[in-house]
Design a protein around this ligand. Structure first.
Ligand SMILES: [Zn+2]
Length: 391
């Protein structure tokens, strides 16, 4: 059975928007044809006509399903270091509660039109939820270790978690420049050479990370002291964290840099000079929740790197909704065009995960999922825009 959907615009993403276009989708969600309004009229199809813009399913490029049970637990704008300590102190809970919260989060993402997720995990507890989900998950098994002597053990543990995920799509990744020592980077880099291992890393989410790398000063010194971890081994690098850690990964490595609130133009030019395979990921609602500040998004546009969008976890967000992230971006950066940001929210995320052969754009032969964005202003979002999953 083929259904025909039409709206004010069909936005395939890989081609120009089609005014009053029609997209045909079979019972399995496969796009069988895309018609112009005139072509569809001639065929006399039975069309479901709606107001708004039809776009492909969203890709959430950064989430932590494991932290879903922490929804609403932390105060806003307390800063990243405070947030990290809160997560460490509160993340443990009964397994049943964690699993139930993850199932709800998965269902919420489905309803909000998300079809694929890049999900950070520190353990294997999310496996059953991911296996049963209608969404595609790639799990980034996240490692943290700022004690060179422990790096080998931490990496070995990550390999064990990867084995527990079995046939599901996974890779082993570093948490953040401030929490991963060179030795652990070395293990991960070596692993990247032998395995398809897309890297995601939290990047410059706080200026304290740059201070640590540039001068070995700032709030991380106090935090590590409190945690009983000696920083004697660490030498200041006289450059920002991003410029210090990206050379530790193989030259051809595919890297997703997440947050980028304190990334500057020098950092971006550094990556261009090295010809790195970088994709940026912005999580604006989580940034506002944790620190009340956004990355300088306009700096990143037209520098030759892909941009993607993520929700981060429910510990630092009110919802797992990519449209809501886009609305925040458009509200704070009025010069952005929806024609650009919809690519960030769909195709670019799929490209990074190398699943763009099936999702990310509305094309014949793909199964991208279809979302209807309502309450739009022509081809632009409004503060009232909403998403409805069609397929
Ligand atoms: Zn995160």
């Amino acid at each position: 059975m083929v259904n025909y959907y039409s709206a004010d615009y069909i936005f395939p993403v890989t081609s120009a928007p089609i005014k009053n276009g029609v997209v045909a989708v079979d019972g399995d969600g496969l796009v069988t044809e895309i018609y112009t309004a005139i072509a569809a009229d001639k065929l006399g199809l039975d069309i479901k006509r709606m107001q708004g813009i039809i776009v492909p399913g969203f890709v959430n490029s950064h989430c932590h399903l494991e932290l879903s049970h922490l929804r609403g637990r932390f105060k806003r704008e307390q800063g990243l270091l405070n947030f990290i300590q809160q997560v460490i102190a509160n993340r443990n809970a009964a397994a049943d509660n964690i699993v139930q919260a993850m199932q709800q989060a998965d269902e919420e993402m489905y309803k909000n039109g998300i079809v694929a997720v890049g999900d950070i995990s520190n353990q294997s507890i999310s496996k059953s939820v991911k296996k049963a989900s209608r969404l595609f998950y790639h799990t980034y098994i996240e490692t943290l270790c700022f004690k060179p002597d422990d790096a080998k053990e931490v990496f070995r543990n990550a390999i064990e978690i990867k084995e527990k995920f079995g046939e599901l799509s996974t890779s082993i990744v570093p948490h953040a420049p401030y929490s991963v020592c060179k030795e652990l980077f070395r293990f991960i880099a070596h692993f990247c050479k032998t395995d398809q291992n897309p890297i995601s890393i939290h990047n410059q989410e706080t200026e304290e990370e740059n201070k640590l790398y540039r001068y070995k000063t700032g709030e991380f010194i106090g935090l590590y002291k409190k945690l009983g971890i000696s920083l004697d081994f660490f030498r200041p690098q006289a450059r920002n964290s991003l410029q210090s850690i990206t050379p530790l990964l193989p030259p051809e490595q595919r890297i997703l840099l997440v947050h980028n609130i304190y990334t500057n133009l020098k950092d971006i030019y550094f990556l261009k000079r090295l010809d790195k395979d970088i994709t940026w990921c912005f999580c604006p609602n989580a940034n506002l929740y944790i620190g009340g500040r956004l990355p300088k998004v306009e700096l990143f546009i037209r520098e030759g790197f892909d941009i993607t969008v993520g929700t981060d976890s429910l510990a630092s967000n009110d919802a797992l909704c990519i449209l809501s992230e886009l609305k925040t971006l458009h509200q704070h950066f009025p010069s952005l065009k929806f024609a650009d940001t919809i690519v960030w929210a769909t195709l670019n995320g799929a490209r990074f995960l190398k699943i763009d052969d099936t999702i990310g754009s509305i094309e014949k032969g793909k199964k991208p999922g279809l979302n209807l964005i309502t309450r739009t202003d022509g081809m632009e979002l409004t503060a009232e825009s909403e998403v409805q999953k069609l397929v």
